[in-house]
Design a protein around this ligand. Structure first.
Ligand SMILES: C[S@@+](CC[C@H](N)C(=O)[O-])C[C@H]1O[C@@H](n2cnc3c(N)ncnc32)[C@H](O)[C@@H]1O
Length: 258
């Protein structure tokens, strides 16, 4: 493991002295990243260039070529790059109509229900679904939600379940007081809701994802927007394979057009 791939600490010397800095051609990184995660930067190459340059400089990696070589062997460095390049923007009760539709379906089912949230980012979506179900009177023993995401940092935040005001902006004061404890500007979700969700760091395109189980309902919102058309279709097919009922539509986001 390359222990020097930590963010730059001013007390440390530079480790890689003999290679000239070269942060020009980011395309090989873009291609590798897309092949590994599905995420494409086709229309945002200059944004990618800036992000990867900052990433390299923070870790004394002198060129994109070096970075590419290192991430192929260093799992931690690769995960750090994934965490830096994926966008985890989310909030409670986003596209709430779909959550209301799910609540109706779960109520009608009248049995134990499993729900997959892929991707779950920092947790607001699966926790929001749990809150909506509890609010509708669905007993906690009647459902469980699995949240998955490729981003390790985001998943840790999801497990901690501490949110800022902007994340809970769509929730009413009554819901906030029922399901959160508030300290200063931090809203901490109660354990009773946290217990309804299990999180896992996993890449949708990893072979192991297909063995995660089968689910009554699947949410996959605002991830496909980062994929090209071919990759979207591939992701859709993978998710469809995880349905218990092949006739049940997957809840995609409104921006996730095919
Ligand atoms: C914008 S968030 C969407 C969160 C939530 N579903 C929502 O709609 O608010 C997109 C998430 O997709 C995740 N993601 C991107 N590619 C992925 C992949 N190949 N496998 C799993 N998660 C992925 C990112 O890490 C990010 O957290």
């Amino acid at each position: 493991m390359f222990s020097f791939f930590k963010k730059r600490d001013n007390t440390q010397s530079n480790y890689v002295q003999n290679i000239a800095e070269d942060y020009t051609d980011v395309m090989p990184i873009a291609e590798y990243f897309k092949s590994e995660t599905g995420v494409t930067f086709d229309k945002q190459i200059s944004i990618l260039q800036n992000k990867v340059t900052t990433f390299c400089k923070q870790r004394n990696i002198n060129s994109f070529g070096q970075l590419l070589k290192f991430i192929k062997h260093d799992i931690e460095l690769k995960q750090a790059l994934i965490d830096a390049l994926t966008t985890n923007e989310t909030f409670f009760y986003r596209e709430f109509k779909q959550i209301q539709e799910l609540v109706r379906l779960v109520r009608d089912a009248g049995k134990h229900i499993t729900i997959l949230c892929a991707p779950s980012a920092t947790g607001e979506e699966p926790y929001g679904i749990a809150i909506a179900l509890l609010e509708a009177g669905v007993p906690s023993k009647n459902f469980h939600i699995t949240g998955i995401d490729i981003n390790y940092d985001a998943t840790n935040k999801a497990k901690n379940a501490m949110y800022k005001a902007r994340n809970v902006r769509n929730l009413t004061p009554e819901i906030i007081s029922r399901y959160f404890t508030q300290n200063d500007s931090l809203y901490t979700l109660k354990d009773s809701v946290k217990a309804q969700v299990t999180f896992k760091v996993i890449n949708l395109f990893d072979a192991s994802f297909a063995t995660i189980g089968k689910f009554d309902f699947i949410f996959s919102r605002n991830m496909l927007i980062y994929f090209d058309k071919e990759t979207k279709l591939k992701a859709k097919e993978i998710l469809e394979g995880l349905r218990k009922n092949p006739n049940q539509e997957i809840f995609f986001g409104h921006a996730d057009l095919f």
